[in-house]
Design a protein around this ligand. Structure first.
Ligand code: TXA
Ligand code: MG
Length: 353
């Protein structure tokens, strides 16, 4: 299969561009189209067509017990795919949709179990990226989409990343430029006693609590992987986002962290390894001895850090880096999401100095 890439205009979006009709036609015929969202690129198929979900799992090489998020373009679309809408969900939708928030509901019969990985619940999100919204509307209104990476690779934040992973596996990529947030949406489960975060993202616990009161966090996502604690979002159990080299997070005071990393660069290089460092702009100058220096941006600018993270991990791969050392990014709003993804990428290797 030949994978076509079409660059669509984004500033402003032109809803009359033929790319949307083409994308809609591919989806309605059961094919797959990758598209930009404000979080990461999605690999879209018709959420109501079981054959499309099967193709998504095959294209990603993803286990079929890992459910897909259904993307909608208007609030009215929600009623058809869920059993009922709890009042907290309406409040959260009002506050954060369209945007980087996914909510889990009990599903209606319309949603095939292939889309939900066999579950009776369905995850739903209304993205704010306007290319995504036009694409969803042109495609019938219900797009199942995981991140458009091969299973196990960092999620794509540029159309080029999607092409690297999905070339020959899908019909079309809508190129809408770089994703602004760069980390997947916050997932909140609304099927239990109270709202529970299943995956941290741009919408933080504090932001959610300002709207609905107390929100809990699935204990399985905060600590190291304990095989007896099952995360409620099946996807969180996999070691996602992993670069090919081995990644370690170095935690401690600024001076101690840079001392440790500098020594490690020396000893790893002496052992014939290529070394990469992921750090803030202000520290980039310290690590000129490394083979790859990933500049995540200034420490106070959390969204730049989150938007660059996956690209930096992919660049380590392109540069054939064997060992990667990353600083900790414990920032106020996005810190929990950034550290959750970094810890998974590192297989929970933290070096405390
Ligand atoms: O930002 C995002 O959410 C991106 C963009 C494309 O919208 N999508 C995304 O999809 O990250 P994916 O498939 O890579 O991650 C979906 C996560 C998985 O961890 C999955 O297990 C969880 O959502 N999930 C989906 N449906 C669920 C459900 N019914 N109950 C619990 N977790 C669910
Ligand atoms: Mg993913």
């Amino acid at each position: 299969m030949r994978t076509e890439i079409i660059r669509v205009s984004t500033d402003p979006v032109d809803k009359h561009e033929p790319a949307y009709d083409l994308a809609g036609k591919i989806i309605k015929e059961g094919g797959l189209v990758a598209f930009p969202t404000e979080t990461v690129y999605g690999l879209g198929g018709d959420a109501l067509n079981p054959e499309s979900s099967k193709k998504i799992y095959a294209a990603k090489g993803r286990p079929s017990d890992n459910p897909l998020i259904v993307h909608i373009a208007e609030l009215e679309a929600l009623d058809k795919i869920v059993d009922s809408v709890p009042k907290e969900a309406l409040k959260l939708a009002e506050a954060f949709w369209p945007g980087p928030l996914t909510m889990v509901f009990n599903k209606s019969d319309l949603v095939p179990k292939t889309t939900t990985g066999g579950l009776d619940t369905v995850a739903v999100r209304m993205p704010s990226n306007e290319v995504a919204l036009e694409f969803i509307k042109a495609s019938g209104g219900y797009i199942a989409a995981p991140s458009a990476n091969l299973s196990g690779r960092p999620s794509p934040t540029l159309a080029e990343h999607v092409y690297e992973d999905m070339k020959g596996r899908i019909e079309l990529i809508l190129d809408g430029g770089a994703c602004t947030i760069g980390l997947e949406s916050t997932i909140v489960d609304l099927t239990g006693d109270g709202p529970m975060i299943l995956r941290p993202g741009y919408v933080s616990k504090k932001m959610l609590e300002e709207v609905v009161g107390i929100v809990t966090v699935d204990p399985a996502i905060t600590g190291p992987m304990d095989p007896s604690v099952h995360p409620k979002a099946p996807g969180m159990k996999y070691r996602h986002y992993a670069p090919k080299g081995s990644l370690a997070i170095v935690s401690g005071s600024e001076d101690k962290v840079s001392d440790y990393i500098l020594k490690a660069i020396g000893s790893d290089k002496a052992a014939g390894k290529k070394v990469g460092v992921i750090t803030c702009s202000s520290s980039v100058g310290k690590y000129s001895a490394a083979d790859f220096i990933g500049d995540a941006g200034i420490r106070e600018d959390e969204v730049t850090i989150s938007s660059r993270l996956y690209d930096l991990l992919r660049q380590c791969d392109e540069n054939n880096i064997d060992t990667i050392y990353s600083e900790e990014f414990d920032t106020p709003q996005l810190g929990m999401a950034i550290m959750n993804r970094l810890m998974k990428a590192a297989g929970h290797t933290i070096i405390k100095v």
